[in-house]
Design a protein around this ligand. Structure first.
Ligand code: ADP
Ligand code: ZN
Length: 201
């Protein structure tokens, strides 16, 4: 959805699990802003350099130039204050200051479009997205497809690794699962072996 209002600033949040199309949707909205000849800037956290250092990239390989910051606090220093539209990808890695920063940008008249995971690998609300939802003018929840059963998936299933909250990875580390198939935490190895042993269609 594209919001059309006057020149007042606002916050749009796109949230959901991995593989649900958050980055695609963020890139789509930012491309439309570029077509509308708005001044657009995009930020992503340094922690997420899985695909590119200076672009946001979707799993379907859509790309858009972005600036890398170590956390939300760096955005006010780095931003060109003439920018009218500010995109922020992987917001769940930006830290708690993103809430104040997003508010400040929106209060100064900018359209702030934020994409991020709304729940973590245990299925818990993933800060700072819940607070951003409370402050946002617009919220879009994207769903992926459960790789187990094909139903709409709202969870990000971690497949291996540690109990750390943040473990950066893509399809080798995570998959989308629905409410029924989701196993909070890391699934038992026997189940993973079963998935691996399944014959290919
Ligand atoms: P996100 O930013 O939410 O992780 P992306 O925008 O990067 O998502 O990627 C979305 C794309 O990922 C889809 O358009 C589709 O091509 C691909 N994809 C891979 N696995 C799945 C899945 N389980 N469900 C839906 N899309 C998937
Ligand atoms: Zn399922």
């Amino acid at each position: 959805m594209d919001i059309v209002t006057g020149n007042v600033g606002w916050i749009e949040v796109i949230c959901g699990p991995m593989f649900s199309g958050k980055s695609e949707e963020l890139i789509r909205r930012l491309r439309r802003a570029i077509i509308a000849r708005k001044r657009v800037e995009v930020f992503k956290p340094a922690i997420d350099n899985r695909y590119s250092d200076d672009e946001i990239v979707s799993h379907g390989d859509l790309r858009l130039k972005s600036q890398v910051v170590t956390g939300a606090a760096e955005i006010p220093d780095r931003i060109d204050w003439r920018s009218e539209v500010v995109g922020i990808d992987e917001a769940n890695f930006m830290g708690p200051k993103l809430v104040d920063v997003a508010q400040r940008l929106a209060d100064s008249g900018k359209q702030v479009i934020i994409s991020g995971l709304d729940t973590d690998y245990l299925g818990r609300p993933f800060a700072p997205i819940p607070d951003l939802l409370a402050h946002a003018e617009s919220i879009t929840k994207t769903l992926a497809i459960c790789v187990r059963c094909g139903n709409p998936a709202k969870h990000t299933q971690r497949l291996r690794g540690s109990d750390d909250l943040i473990v950066v990875g893509a399809a080798d580390m995570y998959e989308a699962r629905c409410r029924r198939c989701f196993e909070p935490g890391i699934p038992k190895q026997t189940e993973l072996d079963f998935v691996k042993a399944k014959p290919r269609a």
